[in-house]
Design a protein around this ligand. Sequence first.
Ligand SMILES: Cc1cc2nc3c(=O)[nH]c(=O)nc-3n(C[C@H](O)[C@H](O)[C@H](O)COP(=O)(O)OP(=O)(O)OC[C@H]3O[C@@H](n4cnc5c(N)ncnc54)[C@H](O)[C@@H]3O)c2cc1C
Length: 311
Amino acid sequence: MRRRGWVSFGDCLVRTADVKDCIVVGGGPAGLTAALYLARFLRSVAVVDAQEGRAGMISATHNLAPFPDGISGPDLLERMRSNAMRHGAAIEFGTVTAVERLNDAFRVTTDLWSRTARSVILATGVVNHRPPLSVMDHDRGLERGLIRYCPVCDAYEVRGRRIAVLGSGAHGFAEARFIRHFTSSVTLVPPDGGPDLARDGVGVLEAPMAALALSDRSVIVTLDTGATHAFDTLYVALGTSPRSDLAARLGVRRAAGGCVMVDAKQETSVDGVHAIGDVTDGLDQIAVAMGQGAVAATAVHNDLPANAPAQ
Ligand SMILES: Cc1cc2nc3c(=O)[nH]c(=O)nc-3n(C[C@H](O)[C@H](O)[C@H](O)COP(=O)(O)OP(=O)(O)OC[C@H]3O[C@@H](n4cnc5c(N)ncnc54)[C@H](O)[C@@H]3O)c2cc1C
């Protein structure tokens, strides 16, 4: 028997008012853009964010077109959260521990609650593998631009400087080669050492790295031979791990490296589940994450029935 105000998903009976049109997992630039669009499409949307994203690590970004003087990641996120909330999106801080399918809907669970949604957007990002530095030194290095992660974002800021790239193999060398366009002093530092395969104007330190330290203005690399090398900036090219465990448990298809695979509308291989931002394969940039958020939100909206009551 049907009960007014309730809707059943398989064995579950849920109050209609408690079913969200969409729950967005992750409140970085990708998730918050999707939330803004969905709220402005008059959809009920909630964002759950663990606040451990890459955007929050940015001391100042200079490649976002509307901010010629730069903006910090935390400031950008705060503006995006308040804009989404102003339009009706709910934003909660917490960690989603599971997303399960219930026939035509999804049950999303955190440490504190379980809620039901008609669709889910995964915007969980990636985790950078970090260099061997204490958290305090790492954060101080980021703040001062001594430690950097993203040459596409900010190689412009270090043009002409002495740059080290901590990484190895094809990935490390490709990053060093990219930076070589901006400065004539680029040295690849393979953490475990490696043959001197210097080419294309990129130098290589052969001996394994024994220690990494920061002074006020430089990064000091000590090799196990005892030799020390000073640089103005060290780019970390140790790779990333996509946060795609929730997607994997939902049965979503992933690429070899763990990124979530999506179609042109950002939909995954599981109906009703979209993925956006760094957790998908592509250019890991704020502008790209925002664009994907807009695409996914529009697709989610178009897949849901119209809200306005019949005349
Ligand atoms: C140091 C640094 C500087 C950068 N500078 C620039 C720059 O200048 N310009 C630029 O365009 N890009 C820059 N980038 C890249 C940029 O930060 C990312 O491309 C962008 O943040 C991707 O957005 P996102 O929303 O996909 O992921 P993120 O910003 O990483 O956000 C993902 C969010 O999801 C949350 N989350 C993950 N799992 C869960 C879960 N289970 N439950 C709840 N929440 C969860 C995380 O806590 C996080 O808050 C930089 C990156 C770094 C590391």
